[in-house]
Write a protein that binds this ligand. Structure first.
Ligand SMILES: Cc1cc2nc3c(=O)[nH]c(=O)nc-3n(C[C@H](O)[C@H](O)[C@H](O)COP(=O)(O)OP(=O)(O)OC[C@H]3O[C@@H](n4cnc5c(N)ncnc54)[C@H](O)[C@@H]3O)c2cc1C
Length: 469
């Protein structure tokens, strides 16, 4: 049986190892940390389900739901609750409901925007420029911020599109690749000459698409770590190697030799690298130097997530899923999720609020926990008027956690994957490469496992053929 070393035991590594096992190969997962799951971590305490990293996944991309069903966890899928839909934006000193009729973060109807207090009169006038400005016929990638500000003005960018779209990546809109994140926007300008008219066309078409009806987001009853823990449990214990940072990777004996920090060497027929890009670059520095230099160049932002549990009587009635923050607002947090509305099973006896800190150019981690929590409480007092102390509060720190897909990312990654074609049965998967969301990560893991399995089965066939002839 061919042995495949999987470097990194986050969601990508565990999913790849599981797929390898299902394909009849022997995976060995080498994880530097003392536990598995990477960014997918859940703390269950005091009757609360506290998500430390991701809190839900997009259902339109089917990979998570498919894996959950395969793992026998379908009964534990939880759909976004209707009272947790509809979000607000904190701008100009107050909350504004996000105007209806948005598509890809762009307005498709004029009146909701005109009536909304989100934009100033001048900002609304500038946004109308989208209908008359000439289209850019350029073919290449461009920063999302540049595209949106050029067509709709800086206010639409800062108060609507940036909080909605760049928030997912904790990115700087002025360096973030449109092609890697929302490629449809490039197409809208090229085809329709106006982002608003293009978004309206897409919206008209949307009901006709054959997407099954159902919730947009889902999570798991006992938190998303239920997925990674079940993957871990499905793999043979002997193949799970925590506290095993890989420091070196060389070609050896028709396969690969991996060296651990302890000095131990592991021989494998194939390798799947699921660690963040700079780490993968380091391991590939001799085997694929050109790929390595592109991988070193992927920047990261650090994030913090806080969870605060309040008594119901201490919090005003909260409507919708939460709020996002205008980039120009002087708050510490970038967004707040009303967990109590979206996922009430996570806090049956409390009002749980989850806040996000950090974005490109703004590292929240140089601050002590107490100060960070104090700043979040201050923001919640400013925006929601909550003056009471939470009865439970947590900070989860994520240094260099979110890969930044900067302009040219798609082309750079295509070149990296091209270079790796010269290394048989070696594949890359994970958030740094071709999509940061959980479904994207699982899709890449499945693909990597299948590619490696296919190469190894060809090698087996070639080795067998002289004997059978
Ligand atoms: C705060 C936050 C909120 C998020 N929210 C959402 C959300 O709501 N929905 C969603 O879909 N996605 C969300 N994401 C994104 C998603 O969680 C991640 O993209 C995904 O979990 C990444 O999985 P991964 O396996 O690619 O990487 P990781 O989880 O980073 O795993 C990589 C692993 O490699 C290990 N490693 C590193 N170096 C070595 C080495 N040399 N040797 C061995 N092991 C090594 C690391 O310890 C780590 O365990 C969020 C991310 C963060 C940080």
């Amino acid at each position: 049986m061919s042995r495949v070393a999987v470097v990194g035991g986050g969601l990508a590594g565990l999913a790849a190892a599981y797929r390898l096992m299902r394909l009849g190969l022997e995976p060995i997962v080498l994880e530097s940390d003392s536990g598995f799951g990477g960014k997918v971590q859940t703390e269950c305490t005091d009757g609360l389900v506290l998500e430390q990293g991701p809190d839900s996944f997009l259902v339109r991309k089917p990979e998570v739901v498919q894996l959950v069903r395969e793992l026998g966890l379908a009964d534990d899928l939880v759909a976004l609750q209707p009272r947790g839909s509809g979000s607000s934006i904190y701008a100009r000193g107050r909350l504004h409901a996000i105007p209806p009729g948005l598509m890809l973060g762009l307005p498709t109807e004029v009146w909701p925007i005109v009536r909304s207090g989100l934009l100033s009169p001048l900002g609304k006038l500038r946004a109308a420029g989208d209908f008359i400005l000439p289209r850019d016929r350029g073919e290449g990638d461009q920063p999302l911020g540049q595209l949106v500000a050029r067509r709709l003005g800086g206010e639409v960018l800062d108060r609507l599109v940036a909080p909605l779209l760049t928030g997912i990546y904790a990115g700087d809109p002025w360096s973030m690749s449109t092609e890697a994140t929302f490629p449809q926007l490039l197409e809208l300008e090229r085809r329709d000459g106006s982002l608003v008219l293009g978004a309206r066309r897409l919206r008209r078409k949307a009901p006709k698409l054959s997407t099954p009806p159902g919730p947009m987001f889902m999570t798991m009853r006992r938190g998303l770590a239920q997925i990674t823990e079940t993957l871990e449990a499905a793999l043979p214990t002997a193949c799970l190697r925590p506290q095993s940072p890989v420091t070196d990777l060389t070609a050896s004996g028709g396969g690969y030799r991996l060296t651990l920090q302890s000095g131990e060497e592991i021989q494998a027929d194939g390798v799947i690298l699921t660690l963040p890009a700079p780490g993968a670059g380091y391991l590939l520095r001799d085997l694929a130097p050109a790929a390595a230099s592109s991988l070193f160049a992927v920047p990261y932002t650090s994030l913090a997530v806080t969870q605060m549990a309040y008594r119901a009587e201490d919090v005003p009635t909260l409507k919708g899923s939460g709020f996002l923050v205008d980039r120009a607002a002087s708050l510490t947090i970038t967004a707040c999720t009303y967990v109590v509305n979206k996922w009430p099973h996570e806090s049956p006896d409390a009002v749980l609020l989850r806040c996000y800190l950090g974005r490109a150019g703004d590292d929240p981690l140089g601050v002590e926990d107490e100060d960070l929590l104090g700043a979040v409480r201050q923001d919640l007092a400013t925006v929601l008027g909550i003056r009471a102390e939470p009865w439970l509060q947590r900070v989860y720190r994520w240094p260099s956690a979110m890969p930044q897909y900067t302009v040219g990312h798609v082309a750079r990654m295509a070149a990296v994957f091209e270079h790796l074609h010269d290394l048989p049965a070696l594949a890359l998967a994970g958030a740094s490469y071709r999509g940061v969301g959980m479904p994207d990560v699982i899709r890449q893991a499945n693909q990597a496992a299948e590619d490696v399995a296919r190469t190894l089965s060809q090698v087996d066939r070639e080795e067998e053929s002289p004997r059978t002839n």
